[in-house]
Design a protein around this ligand. Structure first.
Ligand SMILES: [Fe+2]
Length: 510
């Protein structure tokens, strides 16, 4: 039986948005366990930023989580997540949220209301060396640190902190600048960097691989004007790869796979190599500027059947970190994405929060971008909300979809506080939306879609993700019926400790 208090709150929440600020997930939780990690609050002037202080390199574990509500019986498996877990050593603090060492988490749910949690730092070469030295030894993406050990390539700075890719028998921790790191999926012990073939050793393998419903994995990596393309089979073995030229771009975070194409948006973002040689961090050396012509974002369309068949379109400058999905229909390609602020503004905010400062958010808006390959034209359809981390049902990857889910900032006054407070469901077919607002006490992280076992219809399943309760200074996982988002969570699993904010996760049933 669901906790009666939970059910009554759910009814209230469904009845009116006025009560949405009453967090059902705040009921019935106890004080933190003795010795549990709790970020000192506030961090700077904003308690919502406290998790960004980070851990000190220690692992975390809890065998029995407090679960409120009725955990769905078919929701059995592990939610893996990754994010920057360590931000400071020997009094030196990273300047950018993206810099922290990767902390991989496993939230395990037995389907009967039992849940456990474990978090371990990825034992990259960088992490092990710095852990032993007790100080930072190499430069980070956003922090200029003079190298105290030789830098032979990107993997010497690899923090493995962005996402995970579950493959049979292993879990990969991903970072877009270098190799994936293989972990034991049960213990999260690090096995080491992955070399797909000898000539691809150390080549970038992005943090946003796409897995088609048949298990085929597509991924890419970029280095200035080189694009590496990967196709893996469902067993995780490399089937095809290529290294091709592309219009220069300093950062390509995500991409889209459709039935026929791989699609990349290349923002007018270049790296000032003189600044890098002068000791600037990568992000300090990035320039938002035209690349040999009118300021534009280039759309690179690659034929999946022949990586050398490519097409480039130009659209007015824009920045996109995350795509939900995309599909092609004849000469039309539709991308479901989040349009971010231009990089310099966004980057400044990311540096602020790493210092414990918050000067307001830069809205990132849900959008559809339609590209007409025959005419070379494009059309934007922009939504109004501020969102990020969009997801779709994994059964619709690379094909037309109807539903998109994402964290959103919807509470009154959200612009004065870091992070998202709500979840939003967008119906791309009808143009309607549903939302659930946790309230101002919560910072809501990515929620992934988990199909209901035995179901086939898009959207039949749950939305499962994490968040942080600012008042209680502890983290939680919440689960929703995906098609009844506005009813509120059906269950919430509480940690006795807080976690640093993460970026992305994947669920593995079983
Ligand atoms: Fe990402």
């Amino acid at each position: 039986m669901a906790h009666p208090d939970l059910l009554s709150r759910r009814r209230f929440l469904a009845a009116g948005a006025a009560l949405a600020s009453t967090p059902l997930w705040a009921a019935g939780t106890s004080s933190p366990a003795p010795g549990a990690w709790q970020p000192a609050a506030p961090f700077g002037d904003h308690p919502a930023l406290a998790p960004l202080r980070g851990l000190q390199g220690q692992d975390l574990a809890c065998d029995t989580l407090a679960v409120q509500g009725r955990w769905p019986a078919g929701l059995r498996g592990t939610l893996y997540r990754n994010g920057p877990g360590l931000m400071e050593r020997a009094g030196q603090r990273y300047h950018h949220w993206f810099d922290g060492d990767g902390l991989v988490q496993a939230w395990r749910f037995d389907g009967e209301g039992g849940a456990s949690h474990r978090a371990r730092f990825v034992q990259t070469a960088k992490f092990r060396a710095e852990q032993a030295a007790g100080e930072f030894l190499v430069p980070a993406f956003g922090t200029a640190i003079a190298a105290k050990r030789p830098l032979r390539g990107p993997d010497d700075m690899n923090v493995a902190n962005t996402s995970v890719l579950p493959l049979p028998g292993r879990l990969l921790a991903l970072w877009e600048g270098g190799s994936a790191h293989a972990l034991d999926p049960d213990t999260l012990a690090t096995r080491g960097p992955v070399a797909w073939t000898p000539e691809l050793t150390g080549m970038p393998f992005s943090a946003h691989p796409k897995v088609e419903p048949d298990g085929t994995v597509w991924n890419f990596g970029t280095a200035h004007d080189k694009l590496v393309l990967y196709q893996l089979d469902a067993a995780g073995a490399l089937r095809r790869h290529a290294v091709t030229a592309m219009p220069p771009c300093a950062m390509v975070h995500d991409f889209v796979v459709t039935a026929r194409f791989l699609v990349f948006l290349l923002a007018p973002l270049t790296l000032d190599m003189a600044a890098v040689r002068g000791g600037a961090a990568f992000t300090e050396a990035m320039r938002w500027q035209p690349v040999g012509g009118p300021q534009a974002t280039r759309v690179l369309v690659v034929d999946k059947a022949d990586f050398q068949r490519q097409r480039v379109l130009e659209i007015p400058a824009c920045m996109v970190f995350h795509f939900a999905n995309g599909w092609d229909d004849g000469n039309l390609i539709t991308l479901d994405l989040v349009r971010a602020a231009d990089y310099p503004r966004l980057d400044a905010r990311l540096q602020d929060v790493a210092r414990g400062e918050f000067r307001g958010s830069e809205p990132s808006r849900p959008a559809l971008l339609q590209l007409d390959l025959r005419r070379g034209s494009h059309r934007w359809t922009l939504g109004e909300a501020s969102v990020e981390f969009p997801v779709v049902d994994p059964r619709v990857v690379a094909r037309r979809h109807r539903h998109t889910w994402c964290p959103a900032a919807l509470s009154a006054g959200h612009e004065r506080r870091f992070g998202f407070d709500s979840l939003l469901a967008l119906d791309r077919e009808r143009g309607t939306q549903q939302a659930f607002t946790f309230g101002p006490q919560a910072v809501v992280e990515e929620h992934v879609f988990v199909p209901r076992p035995g179901s086939t219809a898009e959207g039949d399943g749950w939305l499962l993700g994490t968040g942080y309760d600012i008042t209680r200074r502890r983290s939680f996982a919440s689960v929703f019926e995906a098609r009844a988002l506005s009813d509120g969570p059906v269950a919430v699993a509480w940690l006795p400790y807080a976690l640093p904010y993460g970026f992305h996760g994947q669920f593995v049933a079983g």
